[in-house]
Design a protein around this ligand. Structure first.
Ligand SMILES: NC(=O)c1ccc[n+]([C@@H]2O[C@H](COP(=O)([O-])OP(=O)(O)OC[C@H]3O[C@@H](n4cnc5c(N)ncnc54)[C@H](OP(=O)(O)O)[C@@H]3O)[C@@H](O)[C@H]2O)c1
Length: 280
């Protein structure tokens, strides 16, 4: 059966499986690059306050010839804005910069447990969802211990957890935990992150050559076939369309197993959740 283009969230909304990541995309380039991505067919854009490109992304979304209701826009709260009252102001800031009247998904970007504000931040997100300022709410870089506190204090289970996930760092434990709690896993740095060295891995290039696909298409397809939401980033116009052309082929069980074997305990490229404590 062909893969559907969306996955159901635990709040009844649906999220496009393939999103367009915009970290490291300068604000002045965002209207052109994100506009081209929407014209090419992306319907899901993943930005964050910390990427400093919400204005450019918002311009692309507002100028797109695609109705707002067909687009899925995510942003994430800066760590320094965490707190109950400050989160209401923080979300209004994102909406103002984006020029939108609601977000599809708003995430707590990092838990920063030593700051100890993620639980009160979550209570504000629950309220913002009730007010309709954001359709779905979730988190990023959270561990089960952080979830236990959010769920224990509010009874509201985040719709997603966005975590680093690629063939060299597959996060099997947290994915099982998410599945048991009806949380969708979003893969960030899905091509292995900046520089995408993963795409030169012989296992990946072998499979790509045999299937007449590119290494990036093989890796994106690996994410899709495991019910992961995948957020590749590119600023390159050819790759914008290349990374979207992943729906007309299927990786065999053997190909998936070969890629699965690339998992490494030290494959992580960004800080672990408990290590990230800067208030960026
Ligand atoms: N929540 C978090 O804490 C967090 C952290 C990191 C990332 N993210 C999200 O995840 C998104 C993606 O992660 P990422 O930006 O770290 O890395 P990524 O998508 O895994 O890889 C991006 C790199 O791959 C290159 N690339 C893209 N398509 C390619 C292709 N078809 N062939 C060859 N190279 C290709 C890009 O270069 P070019 O641009 O030159 O094509 C760039 O160097 C981010 O943009 C962001 O939205 C979230």
């Amino acid at each position: 059966m062909p893969l559907s283009q969306t996955i159901a969230l635990n709040d009844g909304h649906h999220i496009p499986r393939l999103g367009f990541g915009v970290w490291r995309l300068p604000d002045e380039d965002a209207p052109g690059v994100v506009g081209a991505a929407i014209r090419a067919g992306y319907r899901h854009i993943d930005t964050a306050q910390g990427y400093d490109n919400e204005e450019g992304v918002g311009r692309a979304v507002r100028e797109a010839e695609v109705p707002r209701g067909e687009l899925f826009i995510t942003s994430k709260e800066r760590t320094r804005d965490q707190g109950y009252d400050s989160t209401f102001r923080s979300l209004e800031g994102s909406l103002k910069r984006l020029g939108l009247d609601y977000l599809d998904l708003f995430l707590i970007h990092w838990p920063v447990p030593e700051h100890d504000r993620y639980a009160e931040t979550w209570r504000a997100l629950v309220e913002l969802r009730a007010q309709g300022r954001v359709r779905s709410i979730g988190v990023s870089n959270f561990l089960p211990s952080h979830f236990d506190r959010l769920i224990g204090e509010t009874g509201v289970v985040p719709a997603v957890n966005q975590v680093e996930l690629h063939p060299r760092y597959q996060q099997r434990d947290i994915r099982d935990w998410h599945a048991a709690h009806s949380i969708v896993t979003e893969s960030y740095s899905p091509l292995g992150g900046e520089g995408a060295a993963l795409l030169r891995e012989p296992v990946v290039t072998d499979i790509a050559t045999r299937l007449s696909k590119t290494p990036a298409q093989v890796v994106i397809r690996w994410h899709l076939q495991q019910d992961l939401v995948v957020l590749p980033k590119t600023a390159n116009p050819t790759r914008v369309t290349e990374n979207l052309d992943v729906w007309s082929f299927t990786l065999s069980t053997e190909d998936i197993a070969r890629i699965d074997a690339l998992d490494r305990p030290d494959g992580k490229t960004l800080p672990r959740p408990e290590e990230m404590n800067t208030l960026f």
